[in-house]
Design a protein around this ligand. Structure first.
Ligand code: AMP
Length: 364
């Protein structure tokens, strides 16, 4: 029987979830306030003022937007067939301090960190953790926004002015987190899917490169990670089980000399998994839909090594792009704007290095 999946958020992640849902014989509707979001091409979009109608028209709920209010997710947990992943996963993932506390509780290694609520606490964190130090807003940051790297003690007041004072109300200080600066070798992520019956499947570890805090490129599978894979899977399994999670969960990790260090989780399908649409036997989007609807999970094995490049700010010359063999282009139907993710390109062929260079030159 066709089910309607009500999704919180209607961006490109919702669009790609809907593509998979339709293929499986189901459909999606979306709760989203931005006009003409990408997902509107695939399903009806409800404004948040139409929440009751959105609920009435859905059978079960999920999310694609990490900063969805937890109160809405908790409300949906008691409607129709409920919401997956559980609202508690959202509650934790929205707050870096809670996330780090969960990692520590589960013995998942993290950077050393301190909660910071005043300039004095920031100075103390600098003393205790040393410099450089990364100061982040504990809530609400994304794509590298809401972060400040302190390199000398003179940066304390500027960092506080930028992140602490600007958002602090007298009664409710905006919590900040100070993290030791990790001199990592590279960044990787692990995407896992947990079904309603507790089965877990893992995609291979992938390597991510960021540009100005935004993901630019994902290499799947990540090279030279055989010694890290078991550790990464063990860690994400503990998190999935602790949260009684259902759906796709992403764990972002730093690779260091001493092994993996967890940075953060994303309780949703993730940009570093877009390669899986063409590159894996079952995409992360299809597997998320399968998990939420209680269907058997699909094979996460790789069809061919792939590289995903984000299209940021401006579309490339699409005619030229499509002349390159092994290139798959995904247009998000979004207007061009500096720093905005508006599409992605997955490259799969036997001359990856050469092709990536070609595509990157078109993107420039
Ligand atoms: P985040 O929003 O935590 O994913 O951070 C965005 C990017 O900033 C990461 O992908 C890293 O490249 C960098 N970064 C974040 N935290 C640290 C840290 N503690 N030390 C060094 N680099 C970091």
């Amino acid at each position: 029987m066709t089910q309607t999946l009500g999704i919180l958020g209607g961006g490109q992640l919702g669009m790609m979830l809907a593509q998979s849902a339709l293929q499986l014989g189901h459909q999606c509707v979306f709760l989203e306030d931005t006009p003409n979001p990408p997902a509107s091409l695939y399903g009806k979009v409800y404004h948040s003022s139409q929440l009751e109608q959105f609920i009435a028209d859905s059978d079960i709920f999920s999310l694609e937007f990490e900063n969805t209010p937890v109160a809405i997710a908790s409300h949906l947990a008691n409607q129709k067939a409920g919401i997956y992943p559980p609202p508690n996963a959202l509650h934790i993932a929205q707050d870096r301090l809670k996330e780090k506390a969960l990692f520590n509780e589960l013995d998942v290694p993290t950077v050393p960190y301190r909660a910071v609520n005043s300039p004095d606490e920031l100075a103390l964190a600098c003393d205790e953790l040393g410099l450089p130090l990364v100061l982040k807003t504990s809530r609400g940051g994304y794509d590298g926004k809401g972060q400040f790297v302190l390199r000398t003690a003179d940066d304390i007041s500027t960092a506080w002015d930028e992140l602490g004072r600007a958002t602090t109300h007298e009664e409710m200080p905006a919590p900040l987190i100070a993290e030791g600066f990790i001199d990592f070798e590279r960044e990787v992520s692990l995407i896992a899917v947990r079904g309603r019956d507790g089965e877990i499947v893992y995609y291979p570890l992938v390597e991510n490169t960021h540009h100005q805090g935004i993901l630019a490129k994902t290499v799947a599978p990540a090279p030279n990670v055989a010694h890290l894979t078991q550790d990464a899977q063990h860690n994400i399994k503990k998190i999935l089980e602790k949260l009684d999670y259902v759906g796709v969960l992403t764990l972002e990790l730093f690779v260091t000399e001493t092994g993996l260090i967890a940075n953060e989780i994303a309780p949703r399908v993730h940009n570093s998994g877009h390669w899986s649409i063409e590159g894996a036997n079952t995409s992360q989007f299809e597997n998320h839909v399968r998990a939420v609807l209680g269907l058997p999970l699909g094979d996460t094995g790789i069809i061919k090594p792939s590289v995903m490049l984000n299209v940021i700010g401006k579309y490339p010359n699409i005619n030229e792009l499509l002349t390159i063999k092994g290139v798959h282009f995904h247009h998000y139907h979004k207007d061009e704007r500096a720093g905005r993710k508006i599409g992605h390109i997955t490259v799969m062929n036997d001359e990856l290095d050469k092709t990536i260079e070609q595509v990157e030159s078109l993107l420039r």
